[in-house]
Design a protein around this ligand. Structure first.
Ligand code: NAD
Length: 420
């Protein structure tokens, strides 16, 4: 966050901006506005020698009364195990409401996290969240087929929307979501956590700076062995597809993020084991290739039928680099290899880990406070949906599918994140 302030906005101005935005919406309590806010991170004397790893600055959070309030919609695995705990590491957001089909579970979680009972909603009274001044942002963490409905209703209730990936289950739904947020004058961000994560951002910097020369081929694999055949992820009406929109999307979105380019053409292939009860409605495995304007080729694989793999490798002219794991919540590991004389160097740099959900939520809050377009807006999710539909089309026809020629970089991305 210090970068935010050095980028032309002092912390005092940022806090005033936050206060102004919230006050004008009638959201600031007088106690909160009276809370003093630190201008810069607390300075601590270094413990290690100058040759030791720099631990970085301590966090610089907004005081609780000035943070933006977030309502989490859908209390399944991701919300309960990852997103709600991540508020503990957020600097700009706080959990202020819950929306669930199970009121007992929601009340229990509310009690654990200090959310008042009046801020616990069901899916049917969700729209009354418009009257809750403690909610600025709605974070949608429901099965994929419900993202569109809850985004549209949330925007119509006057709230900004952070929506989990995949954005929706069709291009039509993605457009409806973008239009609803535009009409309501609210932000829409898709929760592509990898694009805010420091190790992946380091990999992107190696691609963009051509540190190891021009990139030629990127290989990415993301898959896992899915269990219970009755789960929503294996129902076409709820998930929209199988491994591709769920885990394969990481290969697609991260390759686009690393290169900043959009594919000109895709070629796909898919397979589901006959008789496997898990794959009656959605596909098991997909492989696909993409061709990018600069000449970069990419090879991708995803599956719901193999043991967990989450990796990619970027093959450039004078070296290769990548991550294994790349797409996990933690324990990400970059790797580099390049030659110097007679020595082939293999490096496994340690950049440290940050909570990816806290980073993405804080970016969303920053964009709301400063009225900026999020780095991964609805248009970014729509573009992935367009490409996934082309991959399916190619797999079914056995022919490559061309996509609109987009030759500008980062065409669908908004404001660069300031942290990580
Ligand atoms: P989950 O099955 O654990 O939770 C889904 C929640 O939705 C449950 O609380 C369930 O009760 C509720 N729900 C409401 N209507 C439902 C219906 N008709 N059928 C089934 N459940 C219904 O799923 P999850 O893993 O928490 O995934 C939720 C969303 O988050 C998905 O869009 C998924 O793609 C996304 N996700 C993202 C990441 C990430 O790393 N960004 C990781 C996992 C999941």
């Amino acid at each position: 966050m210090p970068e935010l302030f050095s980028a032309g906005l002092s912390r005092r101005a940022f806090i005033q901006n936050a206060g102004l935005g919230l006050a004008s919406a009638g959201l600031l309590t007088s106690a909160a506005s009276a809370a003093p806010a630190a201008e810069k991170p607390i300075s601590l004397p270094p413990l290690g020698a100058s040759t030791e790893l720099d631990p970085g600055e301590p966090p610089l959070p907004l005081p609780p009364g000035k943070r933006l309030g977030v309502a989490v919609v859908g209390l399944g695995n991701l919300s309960v195990a990852q997103i709600i705990p991540a508020f503990g590491e957020s600097k700009l957001c706080k959990l202020t409401a819950l929306v669930s089909g199970d009121q007992n579970k929601a009340r229990e979680i509310a009690a654990q996290h200090g959310v008042p009972e009046r801020s616990v909603y069901s899916y049917s009274n969700y729209d009354s969240i418009r009257d809750n001044p403690d909610v600025d942002i709605i974070y949608i963490v429901l099965p994929n087929s419900q993202h569109a409905e809850f985004t549209v209703r949330g925007a119509q209730a006057g709230k900004h929307i952070l929506c989990e990936k995949p954005m929706a289950t069709s291009v039509k739904e993605c457009r409806q979501m973008i239009d609803a947020c535009k009409t309501a004058g609210k932000k829409l961000m898709i929760a592509y956590r990898i694009q805010y994560e420091p190790n992946n951002r380091f990999m992107r910097s190696l691609v963009q700076s051509q540190k190891y020369g021009p990139v030629k081929v990127i290989e990415a694999v993301n898959g896992q062995n899915q269990g219970d055949p009755s789960q929503w992820r294996l129902k076409k009406a709820l998930a929209g597809g199988g491994s591709l929109p769920d885990v394969g999307l990481y290969c697609l979105n991260t390759t686009r993020f690393l290169t900043g380019e959009e594919p000109l053409e895709v070629m796909g292939s898919l397979y589901s084991t006959p008789g496997d009860p898990r794959f009656k409605e959605v596909e098991e495995s997909v492989t696909w290739q993409m061709r990018f304007p600069s000449g970069i080729l990419s090879n991708n694989a995803t599956s719901y039928g193999f043991h967990e793999v989450r990796r990619y490798r970027v093959n450039a002219a004078t070296g290769w680099f990548g991550m294994d794991p790349a797409f996990a919540y933690s324990g990400l590991q970059p790797m580099l290899s390049y030659a110097e004389g007679k020595i082939e160097h293999r490096e496994t740099p340690i950049l440290g880990q940050k909570n990816q959900f806290a980073l993405e939520m804080d970016h969303m809050a920053e964009c709301v406070i400063l009225n900026k377009m999020p780095y991964t807006p609805g248009e970014e999710g729509l573009q992935d949906q367009v490409i996934m539909e082309a991959i399916y089309k190619s797999a079914h026809s056995g022919k490559p599918v061309s996509l609109p020629h987009i030759t500008t970089r980062d065409t669908f991305r908004g404001t660069e994140p300031t942290e990580g």
